[in-house]
Write a protein that binds this ligand. Structure first.
Ligand SMILES: Cc1cc2nc3c(=O)[nH]c(=O)nc-3n(C[C@H](O)[C@H](O)[C@H](O)COP(=O)(O)O)c2cc1C
Length: 248
């Protein structure tokens, strides 16, 4: 394995940080790596909001599903899909430009997320941990005002960074599903219930000394992650953003 691939394999989410700051040089390298990401048509349909205000970070730690570790991060970047700058540019020259639709929203999300993952891997290579915060897509009305987001800007993810504590360095990385369930050859293969069960059981078997009850685990997961208030709020909030990209 080369160093790049080792970094990708070793990277895991870090949620507890040393007091040590992320230096301006480190931050510069992380952001520059994000900006080197490919984007559709080299349009860079994203904007990064660099959260440097501690009070703002505290507010975000509350609005993003009350996760106190966010407020303790040493650096935080919000990656926004951004079609505003393009429609504003078109409007300078075109009399009646077509209004952005969901295609522009999704393409902007692709650009923003690819750049975000570059930042994560660059940070890992510098020994700096990171954690994605998907809850930035929640609370449409609040985040729009807090971050001064214009109509065609959607905050698709936040990433918080900091140097990992020893405990975080030693924490084992959650196991992934086996490749055979993830890679389908040539066409999509819809899994039946036996295959789905095996997918979870195979993964659980990779964690020694932990017993796994499929039905109990799935039920608890359904309640905690899917049929939960934050998840319903996420769907509500994102539908509000999507309404703005209606092409009208
Ligand atoms: C889109 C996305 C949103 C996430 N949101 C959160 C979050 O709000 N809070 C959190 O603690 N972790 C969050 N995570 C981290 C995941 O829980 C984590 O990546 C996953 O459990 C796998 O663990 P690992 O990153 O340590 O390998 C998010 C990850 C992704 C990719």
């Amino acid at each position: 394995m080369n160093e790049m691939i080792k970094n990708i394999h070793n990277r895991k989410s870090v949620r507890v940080y040393e007091e040590k700051i992320v230096s301006p040089e480190e931050k510069g390298m992380i952001i520059d790596a994000a900006i080197q990401a490919p984007t559709a048509g080299n349009q860079m349909m994203y904007t990064i909001i660099d959260v440097t205000d501690g009070d703002l970070l505290k507010k975000l730690s509350k609005s993003c599903d009350n996760q106190p570790f966010i407020a303790k991060a040493k650096m935080a970047l919000i990656f926004c899909a951004d079609y505003q700058k393009w429609i504003d540019t078109f409007s300078i020259v075109e009399e009646n430009p077509r209004k952005p639709g969901v295609g522009e929203l999704l393409l902007g999300c692709n650009d923003a997320l690819i750049a975000a993952q570059n930042a994560v891997i660059a940070a890992e290579s510098l020994g700096i941990g990171s954690c994605y915060i998907g809850d930035i897509m929640e609370k449409f009305e609040y985040h729009k005002e807090l971050l001064n987001l214009p109509r065609y800007v959607f905050p698709v993810t936040m990433i918080v960074f900091g140097h990992p504590t020893e405990q975080q360095k030693n924490r084992s990385k959650p196991k992934r599903f086996d490749k055979k369930y993830i890679v389908h050859e040539n066409a999509y293969h819809k899994m039946d219930s036996a295959e789905l069960r095996s997918m979870f059981e195979d993964r659980a078997a990779l964690t020694p000394n932990v017993s796994f009850d499929f039905a109990k685990w799935v039920h608890a997961f359904y309640k905690r992650k899917y049929d939960s208030d934050f998840s319903k709020e996420m769907t509500r909030s994102i539908s509000e953003y999507i309404k703005l990209f209606d092409g009208k």
